[in-house]
Ligand binder design. Structure first.
Ligand code: IMP
Ligand code: MG
Length: 173
C-alpha cells in the first residue's frame, strides 16, 4: 500500500477546514450531519477544530457491498440518527466525493426537510468520477481516480483505522 496523504498533512488540513467553517458559521445555528461509516474519523477530528457551538447528527449510508471497489446500484440510507434540521444551517459531511450520488441524494433530502441552508464538506474529492452535479463547499484534498483506504475509508470494512490515506493496489493489498 502506498501512502497518498500523510497523517501530518491530514491533521494540518483539518485544522484549516475547522477555522474556515467556524468563521462561516459564527452566529449561525450550525448542525453537522455526517455520513457514516466512512466519515467517522474525519467528523471526530473536524468537530474539535470547530470552536463554536454546533450539533451533530448522523446518517448511515452504504453503496459498496462487500469486497468491491465500485458502488452497487442500490444506495441505502438509514436516517434514524438525523436530528431535526428545520431552520438550521446544515453542513453535510462525508469522507469522499466519488460519483456524488450519496451527497446529491442527501443534500436534496435536507433541503426538502426545511434546512435553512445546506453546504457540503468532504475530506477527499476523487477527480474524474462524478456523475451527479454537486459542488462541495469545503474540500480537504483532491485525489486521482484510485481506490483509497484509511482515516475512516474502508475496503470491505477493513483499513478504516489507518491514520493516513493510502492507495489500495490490486485487490486488498
Ligand atoms: P458516491 O455516492 O459515489 O459519491 O460515493 C461516496 C461513498 O463511496 C463514500 O462515502 C465512500 O464511503 C465510498 N467510496 C468512494 N470512493 C471510495 C474509495 O476510494 N475508498 C473507500 N470508499 C470509497
Ligand atoms: Mg461512505
Amino acid at each position: 500500500m502506498e501512502i497518498l496523504i500523510s497523517e501530518e498533512a491530514i491533521r494540518a488540513r483539518v485544522v484549516e477546514l475547522g477555522r474556515a467553517i467556524e468563521d462561516e458559521y459564527r452566529d449561525r445555528q450550525l448542525t453537522i450531519v455526517a455520513v457514516l461509516t466512512g466519515s467517522l474519523v474525519f467528523l471526530a477530528d473536524l468537530m474539535r477544530q470547530i470552536r463554536i457551538p454546533h450539533r451533530v447528527g448522523l446518517y448511515l449510508a452504504s453503496s459498496y457491498a462487500g469486497a468491491v471497489t465500485e458502488p452497487g446500484p442500490e444506495l441505502r440510507i438509514d436516517r434514524r440518527f438525523q436530528p431535526d434540521v428545520a431552520g438550521r444551517d446544515v453542513l453535510l459531511l462525508d469522507d469522499i466525493l466519488d460519483t456524488g450520488r450519496t451527497l446529491g441524494t442527501l443534500a436534496t433530502g435536507l433541503r426538502e426537510q426545511g434546512a435553512a441552508s445546506v453546504r457540503v464538506a468532504v475530506l477527499l474529492r476523487k477527480l474524474g468520477r462524478q456523475v451527479v452535479p454537486i459542488e462541495p463547499d469545503y474540500v480537504g484534498f483532491e485525489i486521482p481516480d484510485a481506490f483509497v483506504v484509511g482515516y475512516g475509508l474502508d475496503f470491505d470494512d477493513d483499513y478504516r483505522h489507518l491514520p493516513y490515506i493510502a492507495v489500495l493496489d490490486g485487490r486488498g493489498q
